[in-house]
Design a protein around this ligand. Structure first.
Ligand SMILES: [Zn+2]
Ligand SMILES: [Zn+2]
Ligand SMILES: [Zn+2]
Length: 326
């Protein structure tokens, strides 16, 4: 699985929580080619400093892990009139006009050459140049085609240039320059439904621990992108009082609590220079992972019902991170 940067981690956790709690039911990512911008619904960027690509990575991660299913559609539109009737059309290679005729071309024996319809209709053919009636076009004229003729500059050609034309206002777009919106709609899958209770209880424990730190006069910041020595790391919360500084992380159920993840969390804790930290997860870690984290003063907290209903239980859990909270 691809490594998620700190901004993507923030987006991932925020979305998972909102989806689990039912505050968000689907996510729409629209790419508008004309402005080369993404728009997200719900708006994810309005209150957090994350980039478009960080949001996209988080959504792709949720798609790759099967938590969300994405469905894509694309529609062309006209930037001049906002019409959506933009279609592929043929264009004259000489003058770029889209008024292109495609059909038979006749050359009369007097030398006049034009499209079939210029000679009139079947049975009543007349050469517009010499005014002679034509009884049998195939005997009296050279018939070619079908080929193209430009109605604007009157040139003949075998292959037109392709372009997109707005049927409403006539605006012409070169191939590859036609404006379009690509919409990707992400919806939760049964995997998310199965993880829902775990996510909700993880965040309940998280909220209760944050409250506990606040009650003890800690300054608690949530959803933090913390910069240290040019490295940015993500914490779901940082609690600070004087020289004591602790970090809380809710592990996305899309990430395994394995040795790689443990090492990543250890590196984060070192970067942020924390006294201790905790990972909240419903996953059970192996003895190796537990040992690794314990040596670095990182506790693994499994949310259990009993601890979520009792203040003293929460205090006990909090004191696993910060002993002074006991
Ligand atoms: Zn003629
Ligand atoms: Zn032309
Ligand atoms: Zn238009």
């Amino acid at each position: 699985m691809s490594y998620l940067g700190p901004g993507s981690e923030l987006v991932l956790n925020r979305l998972l929580r909102a989806l689990a709690e039912g505050r968000v039911t689907d996510i729409i990512s629209s790419y508008e080619k004309y402005t080369n911008h993404y728009f997200f619904q719900p708006s994810i960027q309005h209150d957090v400093p994350v980039t478009e690509s960080e949001i996209i990575s988080a959504l792709e991660h949720l798609g790759d892990t099967g938590i969300l299913a994405g469905e894509e559609s694309q529609s062309r539109y006209c930037v001049e009139c906002f019409g959506v009737d933009v279609e592929l059309a043929a264009k004259c290679p000489s003058c770029n006009s889209s008024k292109v005729y495609y059909g038979k071309v006749m050359t009369h024996r007097c030398g006049f050459r034009d499209i079939e319809e210029a000679f009139g209709s079947s049975g009543k053919w007349i050469c517009p140049q010499c005014k002679e009636g034509i009884y049998s076009p195939y005997e009296e004229c050279k018939v070619e085609g079908p080929i193209y003729k430009c109605r604007s500059c009157n040139s003949f050609f075998d292959a037109p240039k392709s372009c997109y034309v707005c049927r409403d206002c006539g605006q012409v777009y070169e191939m590859g320059e036609e404006p379009y919106v690509r919409i990707r709609k992400y919806k939760p899958t049964p995997i998310l439904t199965a993880l829902r209770d775990d996510i909700i209880s993880s965040y309940r424990l998280f909220d209760a621990l944050c409250d506990q730190f606040q009650k003890n006069k800690y300054e608690v910041k949530k959803a933090v992108l913390s910069d240290q020595d040019e490295t940015t790391v993500y914490w779901d919360a940082l609690a600070k009082k004087g020289k004591s500084k602790y970090g809380l992380l809710v592990l996305s159920p899309s990430e395994r609590l394995d040795v790689v993840t443990a090492e990543r969390i250890i590196a984060k804790k070192r970067t942020s220079n924390l006294g201790a930290a905790a990972v909240i997860t419903s996953q059970k870690a192996s003895a190796i992972v537990q040992g690794k984290l314990r040596r670095e003063k990182i506790s693994i907290l499994n949310p259990e019902k009993s601890m979520l209903t009792s203040e003293s239980e929460i205090r006990k859990v909090a004191s696993e991170i910060a002993p002074e909270l006991s």
